[in-house]
Design a protein around this ligand. Structure first.
Ligand SMILES: [Zn+2]
Ligand SMILES: [Zn+2]
Length: 369
């Protein structure tokens, strides 16, 4: 097969503007450890939307290709390329990959935490006008760099699930893991009913929570959360005080043992502290914004709460997300999380839909046009 020398990609040229379909060059040689893939599925993540609208921005980041949850079919392999479990990469395999890390910086070596790699290559860290040009999801082909941690995907894990494992699912699993997991029998509150919230609801339930309460909105999303393990839901229209009151009632006055923020609303802090049980744990994953509403530290002290932050995830979290979907493939109707796949030409509309919260998780299959 003759390898393509360029790829069609949906490029973000200006925040808030429609994506531009462009032809981007592909690297002429595949470096040792690298691969070239034809993308078969990309799912959009909240971060893509925040970058699109300019909520997340830094100088010199544009132009760029959005999409960092994706699955591709290998069409060329660099010398010695293998996946994160040591299996050699071969043409025709279906792979996913985690962001690239350098293995040499303070974060990689001293902290031993790839999420703190100072040279982390991750979707928005790659401009589309400098080599290797196309490494992200909203593209027909993508170059998977030597430093990107690849995984050969098991057949049981569908494309969209595996794509979602690449960021949303691994981020949620890392949050649970950072906090030591749910103790069987605990009451869990999930703050947020977007794709992460629904997934976190399911994870809490299969982890053995006695009661999972999902807080969010609108009602249609809360109905989805119920299908994914929520025993109760609380609509955020109740306001902070109403939310806390309802959770306290639903927990017999004790409060929740485990609260996980995947909403990032300014009010999640005071609400979590207010509804936490004594000795409870509060995991912060969703609060990407700079400011939240103030809350008294005495609430953390008085209840002896544990507060844990968690950002994104590394290939270990990604591996576990893939295994989670494999193990619990039949437990929930995972396909219900995703919209029907559309082509690259419709990616812009998907972003607007997700921004307006009329779509939970958009799926782009670049082969569709
Ligand atoms: Zn590093
Ligand atoms: Zn993401």
């Amino acid at each position: 097969m003759t390898l393509p020398t360029s790829t069609r990609a949906a490029v973000l040229v200006e925040h808030g503007a429609p994506l531009e379909l462009q032809d981007l060059p592909l690297p002429e040689t595949i470096e040792p450890g690298a691969a070239l893939v034809r993308l078969v599925c990309s799912t959009l993540c909240g971060t893509d939307i925040e970058i699109w609208e300019g909520k997340m921005s830094f100088p010199g980041m544009l132009p760029m290709v959005l999409g960092h949850e994706m699955v591709g079919e290998v069409i060329a392999v660099g010398e010695g390329a293998h996946d994160a479990t040591g299996r050699p990469l071969e043409i025709g395999q279906r792979i996913g990959w985690s962001e690239s890390v350098c293995g040499q910086c303070f974060g990689c070596t001293v902290l031993r935490e790839p999420v703190f790699c100072q040279r982390r290559g991750y979707g928005f860290m790659q401009r589309s006008d400098v080599p290797p040009f196309a490494t992200a999801g909203l593209s027909e082909y993508a170059y998977v760099t030597p430093g990107a941690q690849k995984l050969i995907l098991p057949d049981e894990v569908k494309d969209a699930w595996a794509a979602m494992a690449g960021c949303a699912a691994k981020t949620v699993l890392r949050g649970f893991d950072r906090a030591g997991g749910v103790r069987v029998g605990d009451t869990v509150v999930v703050q947020g009913a977007g794709a992460l919230g629904v997934f976190a609801t399911a994870v809490a339930k299969v982890s053995g929570a006695s009661k999972v309460i999902t807080v969010g909105g609108p009602d249609e999303r809360l109905e989805i959360a119920k299908r994914f393990g929520a025993d109760h839901t609380v609509n955020i229209s109740a306001g902070s005080e109403g939310i806390v009151t309802q959770v306290m009632e639903l927990t017999g006055g004790a409060g929740a043992n485990f609260i996980i923020d995947v909403a990032g609303a300014p009010s999640v802090g005071p609400e979590a502290i207010g509804m936490a049980a004594a000795r409870g744990t509060f995991v912060v994953i969703g609060s990407t914004g700079p400011v939240g509403e103030p809350f008294p530290l005495s609430g953390i002290m008085g209840k002896e709460l544990t507060v844990v932050g968690s950002i994104n995830g590394d290939v270990s979290d990604y591996f576990h997300a893939i295994e989670f979907f494999r193990a619990f493939a039949d437990r929930y109707d995972w396909d219900a999380l995703f919209s029907a796949p559309v082509g690259l030409t419709e990616a812009s509309e998907c972003i607007v839909h997700m921004h307006e919260q009329t779509e939970l998780k958009a799926v782009v299959d670049p082969r569709l046009g």
